[in-house]
Ligand binder design. Structure first.
Ligand code: SF4
Ligand code: SF4
Ligand code: SF4
Ligand code: FES
Length: 953
């Protein structure tokens, strides 16, 4: 869907959601629109553009510029069409001599204080001020530049991605309103009055020094060149655009990739994208430069040993070499001695092909995915209780929530566009309960204060959830009718006896969770009685030894209060990576074929065996941690790892490194030489999301198209690389386009039966289930009944983690993410986003810091029972005493050197969120950090020796 560049249509004011229709006349033509529509929008929807400057359909109407005035029969004066709503029988005139004159007078005043440098202006030809001057027929300006003006106002170039040039500002306040209404950050204000009024950033700071989070909403809203992307200033106006999907987080924002030739010059959030509706965050909006970074490796490479230099080879040689080594390994060590890890950053079609290659080509089920280390407990917990391994809602449905629980998630940092949507609802009056050891931004931010913050001690989520349910039950607040009608009543009876026990009371659990009993009671009452209750949770729930139990506890709580199956409620896992939902859907777990069907089920196997023409192994294969253990035992010798950096992202780094060193043929397919590739024998060059076609599935189960905007730098998209390897192994694959892979997925998977590229083209995106019963998808799950039939209340007995604070390791370390960086940072560290977060730091409470003589900015050693690392200290009360916190975006930080290999009882999801540590002041890096530095230097040298200049981008 390549189009010539056109700015996205703007109807001036937001769409009305009313179902009552109103008929009026505009310029003598009868039009019918929903009640609540502005005259401006009614005209625009019917092809009449009324000039405007301060209005935009992303913002509430404001009525300041007076360019949009019209005449309305029977009304005095000239009302602004943006602030006047339609009425039945209204007769509107948008053009007359008098209107024209008034509009020209207004425009003349604006232009008289605006530099007339249109020819050299970066937004020449894409400027609403210029367009509006043309639309009103302004041909001359009577006032010169001699008097007072703003033409010499100083530029603010501090933001790496956009410029603020106040000399071009018309003080329409669209930027200020975008920052408030769309983003919810309140970084901008209009200071002063009349002629002196101007846009100010925070307390008259520059953008970088302010609380601005660089979402770009103000830049998109600005009708002039005042706020302009630096990429546009440098490259000029785009020529064409392609609609695609962000490859960062699980929100799955739609973008128009705006191009000049094969170069992306701007990513503009797409207004028709249902996950984001025209908004974006700093990652998707601006951090796309990694795709053409000089570190990209664009040729296949092989080497016999990790101490050898790499050797550049053709694709053919690389896949033939890999296939031979994999076959030799299987001949020597057995069929189960090789496996693969697929990537939640790759498309559904690519993930599907990797698992197909493993099952049909390797002849085993040794396929796993990075969801193992993040949301595998979600799959298990929701499937057990509700019957489907996915979230229940659309993001948009939060607009109907009355009480929101955010547990173990930090939406404003990790899922920012959803964070903005949530903030909007909270500003409208919804109540908020935050369950998190840390004071995340939502606890207190402009115009938002959480009604309850329950700072749970890491590792005790299950106790806290049980206590919430206990209060609901013991105070008789449960939704009895809903439970009787929709849930397994016998199981509920057993669960009731369990949860009613006094050991779960807030008072009895306070010493375990560290949460004040009265607060917990208040939060439980609020959720149970406050109207529509929606729960959003993240890795702070799943990455625990009882991650699956906590997910089931959340589902229990939602069923108990009748909060599943309609708008504004639900259980919503906030997925970390862009396609983590999709990678799970596509059969990436060793025990499940696509659509979450167990490999032991003969009927399902028959289906795939018929399609693929092979016999499938009925035994589940190895999970990622089992692969590492088997490698160390000498039983697992070959691994194909696509788009995942397990050496950095998986826990207990030293254990992972030892396992990787013991693998005889490690194949890494990636866009950079990541930490894992330093242990590899074959490097297959990956393609960024800009270089391929496919689909991603976001946290709402929304399948959206990824469209190729430039050719793959290596000559092959990732699915083509996998296909080449599969064919070299003798596993026949013949696809000409990813749409054919999707057709196969749809044929074999009931929940995807109705999905096709044609259908996606028609509908824009589809939330699965999509089949004959629901041809347009399923925005809300479990509407009339649960997918499993009757909702199941699972027992959620708390079992304390073995990872406890003690005298030797008295503090609990927990981890999380930051807005500007993404996961292991491989992409964002190669963009200007690093200006916001150049290193990971350790947050420590002033009390714990003082006890150890640690000052803000000191280097501190962090020791756990498995390893140690060194970070700089950030002394802050965001964490409470006894808890320390860090992010894991930089390899040198070694955050996972200290995390242990404890894991969830059901799924082996690592317990990243609880590590007992000791902190002390130090003066030099840890031994691991010193070793990592020298290993990195050696591997960079081996890369340089083997690689021709042309192979690096
Ligand atoms: S970039 Fe976003 S956060 Fe920053 S000022 Fe603009 S709208 Fe506000
Ligand atoms: S910076 Fe742009 S959007 Fe903001 S007030 Fe000035 S012209 Fe309007
Ligand atoms: S919120 Fe997520 S999907 Fe949207 S632009 Fe940001 S990183 Fe991309
Ligand atoms: S567009 Fe209506 S007053 Fe500015």
């Amino acid at each position: 869907m390549l189009e010539f560049y056109e700015p996205q249509a703007d109807y001036g004011t937001p769409k009305s959601t009313s179902t009552t229709m109103v008929t009026l006349s505009i310029d003598g033509v009868s039009v019918t629109v929903p009640e609540g529509t502005s005259v401006m929008r009614a005209a625009a929807e019917n092809g009449v553009k009324i000039p405007r400057l301060c209005a935009s359909d992303q913002l509430k109407s404001f009525g300041s510029c007076r360019v949009c005035l019209v005449e309305i029969e029977g009304r005095r004066g000239f009302p602004a069409s943006c602030t006047t709503n339609v009425e039945a029988g209204m007769e509107v005139k948008t053009q007359s001599d008098q209107i024209g004159k008034l509009r020209r007078n207004v425009m003349e005043l604006y232009i008289s204080d605006h530099p007339l440098d249109c020819l050299t202006c970066p937004t020449n030809g894409d400027c609403e001020l210029q367009d509006t001057a043309g639309e009103v027929g302004l041909r001359s300006v009577r006032y010169g530049f001699e008097g007072e003006n703003h033409l010499v106002a100083e530029k603010d170039e501090s933001n790496p991605y956009f410029t603020f040039d106040p000399s071009k500002c018309i003080v329409c306040s669209r930027c200020v309103r975008a920052c408030e209404e769309v983003q919810g950050t309140f970084a901008l204000t209009i200071d002063g009055r009349g002629f002196d009024s101007k846009v100010s950033v925070s307390q008259d700071e520059d953008f970088m020094g302010s609380e601005c989070v660089s979402c770009g909403a103000c830049v998109a809203a600005c009708p002039t060149a005042t706020l302009t992307e630096k990429s546009i200033i440098e490259a000029g106006k785009p020529e064409h655009s392609v609609i695609t999907t962000c490859a960062y987080c699980g929100v799955g924002c739609s973008f128009k990739a705006e191009m000049k030739g094969n170069e992306v010059v701007r990513m503009t959030p797409y207004k028709d994208g249902k996950a984001n509706e025209g908004h974006a965050c700093v990652k998707g909006r601006f951090a796309f430069g990694y795709a053409t970074h000089k570190d990209r490796i664009t040729v296949p490479m092989i080497r016999d040993s990790i101490d050898d230099p790499w050797r550049e080879v053709s694709w053919d040689e690389a896949v033939t070499y890999t296939a031979k080594r994999f076959k030799d390994i299987q001949a020597q060590y057995g069929r189960n001695s090789i496996g693969a890890i697929s990537s939640s950053r790759c498309t559904n079609e690519e993930v599907y092909l990797v698992q197909k290659m493993v099952r049909a080509g390797f002849g085993n089920n040794n396929i796993d995915t990075c969801a193992r280390v993040c949301h595998s407990p979600t799959g298990f917990g929701l499937k057990t209780t509700l019957g489907e391994s996915a979230g229940t809602q659309t993001f948009a449905s939060v607009a109907d929530a009355d009480v929101v629980i955010v547990m173990g998630a930090n939406p404003t940092e990790a899922h920012p566009v959803f964070g903005s949507r949530l903030k909007r609802r909270l500003r409208e009056g919804a109540k908020l309960i935050v369950i998190d050891p840390r004071k995340i931004e939502l606890v207190s931010s402009p115009h938002i204060t959480a009604d309850y913050h329950l700072p749970v001690r890491p590792g005790t989520n299950v106790t806290l959830l049980n206590a919430l349910a206990h209060v609901v039950v013991n105070e008789g607040l449960e939704a009895r009718d809903y439970i009787t009608e929709r849930c397994d009543v016998a199981e509920f009876g057993k669960w009731l006896a369990f949860i009613g026990d006094e050991r779960h009371s807030p008072e009895n659990t306070e010493s375990i969770t560290g949460v004040d009993a009265a607060d917990l009671r208040g939060a439980a009452r609020l959720y149970a009685t406050g109207g529509n209750g929606a729960i959003f949770y993240g890795l702070g729930v799943t990455e625990h030894s009882q991650g699956s139990t906590a997910v089931m506890g959340i589902a229990n709580l939602a069923m108990l209060t009748g909060n599943i199956g309609r708008d504004g409620v639900g259980v919503n896992p906030l997925r970390g990576q862009n396609n983590v939902q999709g990678s799970c859907d596509m059969g990436s777990f060793p025990h499940e074929l696509p659509g979450y069907r167990h490999i032991s089920d003969k009927a399902t196997r028959d289906l795939f065996e018929n399609e693929w023409g092979v016999t499938l192994d009925s035994e589940p294969g190895l999970r990622i941690p089992n692969m590492f253990d088997a490698a160390l035992d000498g039983d697992f010798k070959g691994l194909y790892c696509q788009g995942e950096d397990i050496a950095q992202s998986d826990p207990n780094t030293q254990h992972v490194e030892a396992a990787l060193r013991s693998i005889e043929c490690l194949v890494v397919q990636d866009i950079f030489l990541n930490e894992t590739a330093k242990f590899a024998h074959v490097f297959l060059p990956g393609a960024s999301f800009l270089e391929k076609d496919g689909t991603f599935t976001n946290a709402e189960r929304r399948i959206s198209r990824v469209r190729k905007v430039m050719p793959p730098l290596s000559g092959k998209a990732d699915w083509e690389g996998t296909m080449a390897l599969a064919n070299a192994l003798g596993c026949k694959m013949e696809y000409n386009h990813p749409s054919e892979i999707m057709d196969e997925i749809a044929r074999l998977t009931p929940t995807f039966n109705g999905v096709s590229y044609d259908r996606l083209e028609q509908l824009g995106s589809i939330q699965w289930r999509c089949n004959d019963d629901t041809p347009e998808g399923t925005p809300i799950m479990h509407v009339d009944q649960f997918v499993r039939g009757r909702g199941f209340f699972a027992m959620t007995e708390y079992v304390a983690t073995t990872e406890r604070a003690n005298r030797k390791f008295p503090l609990l370390l927990t981890t999380g993410r930051i807005l500007s960086q993404y996961n292991v940072g491989a992409q964002t560290r190669r963009t200007e986003n690093s200006e916001w977060h150049g290193e990971d730091v350790l947050e420590i409470h002033p009390h714990d810091a003082e006890e150890r003589g640690i000052n803000h900015g000191d280097w501190v050693g962090i020791n756990s029972r498995v390893g140690d690392t060194v970070l700089r200290a950030d002394v802050t009360d965001k964490v409470k005493p006894g808890v320390v916190y860090t992010t894991f975006h930089h390899p040198v930080s070694g955050a996972n050197v200290i995390t242990t290999d404890n894991s969830d009882w059901a799924t082996n999801c690592p317990e990243y969120k609880v590590t007992a540590v000791q902190i002390s002041k130090v003066t030099q890096p840890s031994n691991w950090q010193a070793r990592q530095k020298s290993f990195d230097k050696q591997q960079q040298g081996l890369l340089q020796r083997g690689l021709s200049q042309s192979a690096r981008h």
